[in-house]
Design a protein around this ligand. Structure first.
Ligand code: NI
Length: 177
């Protein structure tokens, strides 16, 4: 297992729609192990493959962050089956480090996915797990939580982010998408 570098905004890979996984082969198992290790080390409660530069439909989650393996979930080709209610939560993202903002999402979701053994499973979630599932599935569509902010909040964020990139000496893209 190895730690993978996490791509940060505005890396274009974060805007790519991830491709469906066709084969759960050795390479994919290796990617999953590396993603789990990278998420734990960060530390984070979820990671989508786009965030480590691989636009394929794989997500790892562990909202419990407790005992090793306690709340660990691996989702391949996840699909939203149903969603209900509304909730707000102060979200952050390993690809937008240091920025947090309140996002409105569905309160309860049912998601169908394939596990790393190739078995289809369904998960019904609410609370933080429901939020994390929606956040990570957004990543697979090339979408970030900052896209869900109000236009004014997003403008303020972009101004702050440009300043931060400049201070870090990174090449500032003319337009943050
Ligand atoms: Ni994220």
């Amino acid at each position: 297992m190895s730690l993978l570098p996490i791509c940060t905004y505005p890396d274009p890979v974060l805007r790519q729609k991830a491709e469906c996984v066709e084969n759960i082969d050795e390479g994919l198992q290796c990617l999953i192990d590396d993603m789990i290790e990278t998420m734990r080390e960060a530390p984070g409660i979820g990671l989508a493959a786009n965030q480590v530069g691989r636009p394929v439909r794989v997500v790892v989650l562990d909202v419990e962050r407790g005992e090793p393996g306690s709340g660990l979930l691996v989702l391949i080709n996840p699909e939203l089956i149903s969603a209900d209610g509304k909730t707000q939560y102060e979200e952050g993202c390993l690809s937008v480090p240091g920025y947090f903002a309140s996002v409105t999402r569905c309160q309860e979701v049912v998601v169908r996915a394939v596990d790393r053994e190739g078995q289809v499973f369904e998960i019904t979630a609410d609370g933080l797990l429901a939020i994390a599932l929606q956040h990570e599935m957004d990543h697979l569509e090339g979408k970030l939580f900052i896209d869900r902010l109000s236009p004014i909040t997003r403008d303020i964020f972009k101004r702050k982010w440009k300043k931060k990139l400049k201070e870090e000496g990174d090449e500032v893209q003319p337009c943050l998408d």
